[in-house]
Design a protein around this ligand. Structure first.
Ligand code: GTP
Ligand code: MG
Length: 344
């Protein structure tokens, strides 16, 4: 792919220089705007301390949530919401405007054309893509490839944005980013600088890291959030049978946060999931497996992908559930330069 880059395209790769990632269009209104709408700066600061950085984000909280913030009375919350509603339209829009909003959705290349085609162009912003499948099936390798491709300019099927990576399994390998960046003709140091990475150790830590992202995402253009894996810590932190209901409730809370981040900042969320044995899978399936997380996870993901191993370095991705994609498969390959098309 790199060999075929035209000089003009290659020069655009300079865009990934840290300072050069600039907002194409402000899709969200900063919470600071409330100050000119008559809300006092101290109250705006309280919202920011609670992880709310945009008017859009504010409208994604219930009044009960907001009055739970220390120092915000019900009367203050009413005044804040009234002011925010004047800044952002959260009511009905026409179908044409909805179409216009959909146009801000970007599709980010996976590095494999056949996988991109299966996904209708790549990993979508403003949506959650879940990948589940057996170990070594390529879920984390795709995460690494997306860390790089997201930083490509949009006319090269990238997202022209930064990447946030939450790692619950300790499998992020920054050294893997280098050959992948080189494959795409990008400067590895600049690419690594545009990834913010955190290792999470408990499900609470994982949730708090998500809260902290709003501040970063409202300040700079992010286009991808990776959570690898979304469920591992929940399975470790809630082990007893009697804890399942609580686990699912906390998981739902975290997934709702992911949905809001995706929509608020027009970011693609790529989360990986583990598989568990499925005794109800049927006697004709030798090793029946299903994604972990039950209905809670199934409902949160916009697009669910199932990965499995093929021959050698080849991997197969099947669309498991997606609102507007056919149930089909694509074969890709894991290479030193990341995910690519299978050779034969
Ligand atoms: P779990 O997290 O264990 O569930 O698996 P996963 O689906 O995340 O697997 P992962 O994406 O880590 O894929 C691991 C596979 O990628 C292994 O088969 C590795 O051999 C392969 N792999 C990793 N790095 C390279 C590389 O540089 N070159 C090639 N060709 N393969 C690699
Ligand atoms: Mg993995």
């Amino acid at each position: 792919m790199i060999a075929t880059l035209k000089a003009e395209e290659a020069s655009q790769l300079q865009l990934v220089e840290r300072e050069d990632i600039d907002d194409e269009e402000d899709l969200f209104e900063s919470i600071d705007k409330l100050i000119s709408a008559g809300i006092n700066a101290g109250d705006v600061k309280k919202l920011q301390d609670a992880g709310i950085y945009t008017c859009n984000g504010l409208m994604m909280h219930t009044k009960k949530n907001l009055t739970g913030i220390k120092g915000l009375s019900e009367a203050k919350v009413d005044k804040i919401c009234e002011a925010a509603e004047k800044i952002v339209n959260f009511g009905y829009i026409t179908g044409s405007d909805a179409l216009l909003r959909r146009k801000s959705v970007i599709r980010i290349t996976t590095g494999s054309q056949s996988l991109d085609e299966l996904l209708g162009g790549g990993i979508e912003t403003s949506a959650i893509t879940e990948a589940f499948g057996e170990f070594r099936s390529g879920k984390t390798q795709l995460a690494h490839t997306l860390c790089v491709s997201t930083q490509l300019p949009t006319n090269m099927r990238g997202g022209n944005g930064k990447v946030a990576y939450i790692d619950t399994e300790g499998t992020f390998r920054p050294d893997r980013i280098i050959p992948i960046a080189e494959r795409f003709g990008m400067d590895p140091a600049a690419v690594l600088d545009n990834i913010v990475y955190a290792r999470a150790y408990t499900y609470e830590h994982q949730y708090n890291l998500l809260l902290g992202l709003a501040a970063k995402m409202s300040g700079e253009q992010f286009r991808l959030l990776i959570v690898d894996s979304v469920i591992a810590l929940f399975r470790v932190d809630f082990t007893g049978r009697g804890e399942l209901a609580e686990r699912q409730q906390k998981l739902a809370q975290m997934l709702s946060r992911l949905t809001k981040i995706a929509e608020e900042f027009n970011v693609a969320v790529y989360m990986t999931n583990q598989v568990i044995a499925d005794p109800g899978g049927g006697v004709f399936i030798s090793d029946p497996k299903k994604p972990a997380g039950g209905h809670v996870l199934a409902h949160a993901a916009t697009i669910r992908l199932m990965f499995r191993k093929g021959k050698g370095e080849q991997r197969v991705c099947k669309v498991f559930d997606a609102p507007n994609l056919p149930e089909a498969e694509a074969v890709f390959q894991i290479t030193p330069g990341g995910i690519a098309d299978a050779k034969d």
